[in-house]
Ligand binder design. Structure first.
Ligand code: SF4
Ligand code: SF4
Ligand code: FES
Length: 326
């Protein structure tokens, strides 16, 4: 098959990108995207830049965007990424990280963000035994998925939260955070729970699901983020953060009225029911901007959701059945 390859080229960090088209003859079922790049580099243009090492989905070096989705070039066969065989094979560098040359990105931010979660089993625990620190199969199974991460960057490249927020550490870092948190040899669970509850960690994720979709080794970072959130929500010793209050308020409002009445939301979440005056003042400028641009909704404009009465009745019935069962 004749494969048309559209490659995004960029000579340096500050230069403008452009697309260059190549053609190669190959069997799409037996040729990976990395094979295509290696052939183009050796047969047509030796100047194209890309990273690779193991060619076996182990080292994580060859992550790039292939027809609009990040993944490992050595893992994807051409037939898999070109549904319609008349399509072009578009190869681009990962997003959310600056390009150094062609498909090579500067991963400094990715590594720095990983460091922010303290991605090591705590040193105190390493000193407790002179012999091996054995884990049971069940203890090991808890961290299996997260431990699979090969730090390729595909999830970070597709992350919507990382695209808009400089402070968000990213799905790779949070998957690693869960990996150490779930390790029974780590003795910093309390401190980690507190840290990951701060801004820039789990609550900044928009749950877009992209990281789960693109991860080549089934780490499913969003699921790991949810596990950390559960640890935080189950820890009643932590002072309640705005993010936690957001969750609790949603549940409370549905229990009270059968729907989420957003007119009560801001005061309860940001203002902690008028207990957090600083919090309330922080949304004041936003309120002013909304009034000035005619976008401030008034309490009477919020429409009760259809079926709210039934939802409320259902919740009450379940609560009463639980009480009886206890
Ligand atoms: S979580 Fe998956 S996609 Fe993200 S860096 Fe690790 S291996 Fe790559
Ligand atoms: S689910 Fe969260 S962490 Fe994963 S890609 Fe989306 S915003 Fe990023
Ligand atoms: S070359 Fe190692 S993961 Fe692709």
């Amino acid at each position: 098959m004749n494969i048309i390859v559209k490659l995004r080229r960029q000579t340096s960090r500050d230069s403008q990108p452009s697309y260059q088209t190549f053609e190669i003859e190959a069997d799409p079922d037996r040729t990976t995207v990395l094979d295509v790049l290696i052939r183009i580099q050796s047969e047509q243009d030796g100047s194209i830049g890309f990273r690779r090492n193991c060619r076996n989905a182990i080292c994580g070096s060859c992550a790039m965007r292939i027809n609009g989705r990040s993944g490992l070039a050595c893992q994807k066969h051409v037939s898999e990424v070109m549904g319609d065989r008349d399509e072009e094979l578009v190869i681009e560098p990962m997003q959310n990280l600056p390009v150094i040359k062609d498909l090579i990105v500067d991963m400094t931010k990715f590594w720095n963000n990983l460091q922010k979660v303290d991605p090591y089993v705590s040193t105190a625990s390493r000193q407790i035994s002179k012999t091996e620190f054995l884990q049971t199969p069940a203890q090991r199974a808890k961290l299996q998925a997260a431990a699979n991460c090969i730090l390729c960057g595909s999830c970070y490249s597709e992350c919507n939260a990382a695209a808009v927020s400089d402070r968000f550490v990213g799905p790779h870092a949070l998957a690693k955070a869960y990996r150490v948190m779930a390790d029974n040899r780590d003795d910093r669970t309390e401190a980690r729970t507190e840290q990951y509850n701060q801004a820039g960690f789990v609550w900044d994720c928009t749950r877009c699901y992209n990281c789960n979709e693109v991860c080549p080794v089934e780490v499913q970072p969003l699921d790991r983020i949810s596990q950390i959130k559960h640890e935080i929500l189950d820890n009643h010793d932590l002072p309640e953060s705005t993010a936690q209050r957001h969750r609790h308020t949603m549940v409370e409002l549905v229990k009270e009225d059968g729907w989420i009445d957003e007119s009560k939301f801001g005061v309860r979440v940001v203002g902690d029911n008028f207990r957090d005056i600083q919090g309330l003042l922080s949304i004041f400028p936003l309120g002013i901007r909304m009034v000035l641009s005619g976008k401030m909704p008034y309490p009477w404009q919020f429409q009760k959701s259809e079926g709210a009465t039934e939802v409320k009745a259902l919740i009450e019935a379940i609560a009463s059945a639980k009480d009886k069962a206890n």
